[in-house]
Structures are given as structure tokens and as C-alpha cells.
Design a protein around this ligand. Structure first.
Ligand SMILES: CC(=O)SCCNC(=O)CCNC(=O)[C@H](O)C(C)(C)COP(=O)(O)OP(=O)(O)OC[C@H]1O[C@@H](n2cnc3c(N)ncnc32)[C@H](O)[C@@H]1OP(=O)(O)O
Length: 220
């Protein structure tokens, strides 16, 4: 008997959404009813999926009986805001996990999480809501990734690392064991983090040093 796929709506239609669509197709659990984006892009397609309108259509979509959504937006603050809004409208946020990622059975994932191809999540790690674990990133044992953070492509987190809410780790960041990176911070591509990083900091280099405040920057 063929499995019934559930309908899901995607918020966002950029490069990140393109990868999310690819993984949802590989998961083979959901039928994508369309993407929501800015009005000027309505009618266009992303990875073969139609942009059916703007976020203001969410209520109408909910009334039509669709109750699954995914926020496919790389910017951490915007993703957090939209996730809050779709939950208030009664949607359930699905997890988008590549079949080419390894997730330990002893790891815990909340909702709205994206795990891209080649990523690894080892035993005892906790991944909270709306986190992105990008391509080939590895999260070793007993890490905690707080909600709305984004672990960029190729990052390596050793054991017992904590990443605060809304933080973005740039491509190829490495973090040694037991370090905490605070909330809404950013690390530059290739940074090696060997000591705790406070909230709202931008840290770059080897070893990673805080060079400025992260507040004015986009998180992607
Ligand atoms: C699938 C995907 O694509 S997911 C998205 C992945 N995206 C990324 O990985 C982006 C990573 N981004 C970076 O590394 C950027 O360079 C950022 C975020 C660190 C730049 O942040 P900004 O606030 O624009 O900082 P700015 O460019 O002013 O740099 C500040 C200082 O840090 C230096 N710097 C910037 N990036 C780095 C880096 N990766 N490593 C070392 N030094 C760096 C700059 O040269 C500058 O030094 P100076 O003050 O001596 O001139």
C-alpha cells in the first residue's frame, strides 16, 4: 500500500529553500504545496516548486486543512519570528533531515530543525527548535544547540559544546570541547574557538578573538 504523504508549506524561496526542497523530496514523507515569499516573486518557481504568495496567506492555508510548515530562511532572527508566527496559527513545524546525515538515536531534536547532507549529530546532543545544521557540519557528543542557531557548512563541534540562541557559526568554524558560544553571536569562516564567547559578539581568526559586536549583522 502506498504511503499517504502529508501536505507542507515552505516559507522562503532563496538558496536555503532550494536545499530544503531537495531534502524534503528525498525524505519522501511530504507533498510541498508551494513556497511563500515576497509578492514580487509570486508565480515564479524555486527548484520546481511554485511561489504561491506571501506570508499573509498562512491563515487561508491553515483553514484549507494544511497544518505542516517549514521556515526555510537562513537569517536567524527572521526565521525565529516566522516560526513563532506559524506556530501561533496552529501549524506544526516539520524536521527536514537529509537521509545522508547521521543522527544518533541517542540525540534529541526539537521541531523545525534542518540537517543537511553529510552532517553528523552524535549521542547525547540536544538540538532545539529551528536550528540549521548545514552541509557536512559535525556535532559531537553531548552538545547543546539552542533555538534558532545556524551551524554553517563544514563546522566541527567537539564534545560538550554549547551554542546559544540565534548564533551563527560561519563555514568551517571549529570549537574545542566544553566551550560555550553565547546568544546571537557570529563566528567568521574558519575561526577556531578555544574559549567561551559572550552574547552578541563577532569572533574571527585562529584562535578566535572577539573583534566587535554582532548586533548590526545579518545572520547568514
Ligand atoms: C550554504 C551557505 O552558504 S550558509 C552561509 C555560510 N556563510 C558564511 O560562512 C559567512 C561567514 N562570514 C564571514 O566570515 C564574514 O567575513 C564575517 C561575518 C565574519 C564578516 O562580518 P563583518 O561584520 O562584515 O566584519 P568585517 O568584514 O568588517 O570584518 C571585521 C574584521 O574581521 C576580519 N575578518 C572577517 N572575516 C574573517 C574571517 N572569516 N577570518 C578572519 N578574519 C576575518 C576582517 O578582515 C576585519 O578585520 P580588520 O578590522 O582588521 O579589517
Amino acid at each position: 500500500m502506498e504511503l499517504q504523504r502529508e501536505p507542507v508549506v515552505i516559507l522562503g524561496a532563496g538558496g536555503h529553500a532550494k536545499v530544503i526542497i531537495d531534502i524534503i523530496r528525498a525524505q519522501d514523507l511530504y507533498d510541498i504545496i508551494g513556497c511563500l515569499d515576497q509578492a514580487k516573486n509570486s508565480g515564479h518557481c524555486v527548484a520546481g516548486v511554485k511561489i504561491i504568495g506571501e506570508d499573509c496567506m498562512l491563515e487561508e492555508i491553515a483553514k484549507s486543512g494544511v497544518n505542516k510548515a517549514f521556515v526555510a530562511i537562513g537569517d536567524n532572527r527572521r526565521r525565529a519570528e516566522l516560526a513563532h508566527r506559524v506556530r501561533r496559527l496552529g501549524f506544526v513545524l516539520i524536521n527536514v533531515i537529509s537521509p545522508h546525515a547521521y543522527i544518533s538515536a541517542a540525540a534529541m531534536l526539537d521541531d523545525g530543525v534542518a540537517v543537511m547532507p553529510g552532517a553528523i549529530v552524535n549521542a547525547g546532543s540536544r538540538i532545539l527548535s529551528n536550528v540549521i545544521i548545514n552541509t557536512k557540519a559535525s556535532i559531537d557528543h553531548d552538545c547543546v544547540l539552542e533555538s534558532n542557531c545556524h551551524i554553517g557548512p563544514g563546522c566541527t563541534l567537539a564534545g560538550n559544546v554549547q551554542v546559544g540562541e540565534g548564533t551563527f557559526l560561519g563555514t568551517g568554524t571549529s570549537v574545542i570541547p566544553r566551550v560555550r558560544i553565547g546568544c546571537w553571536s557570529i563566528t567568521g569562516a574558519g575561526a577556531v574557538i578555544v574559549a567561551n564567547i559572550p552574547d552578541n559578539a563577532l569572533a574571527v581568526g585562529v584562535p578566535g578573538r572577539v573583534v566587535k559586536n554582532s548586533r548590526s549583522r545579518r545572520m547568514s
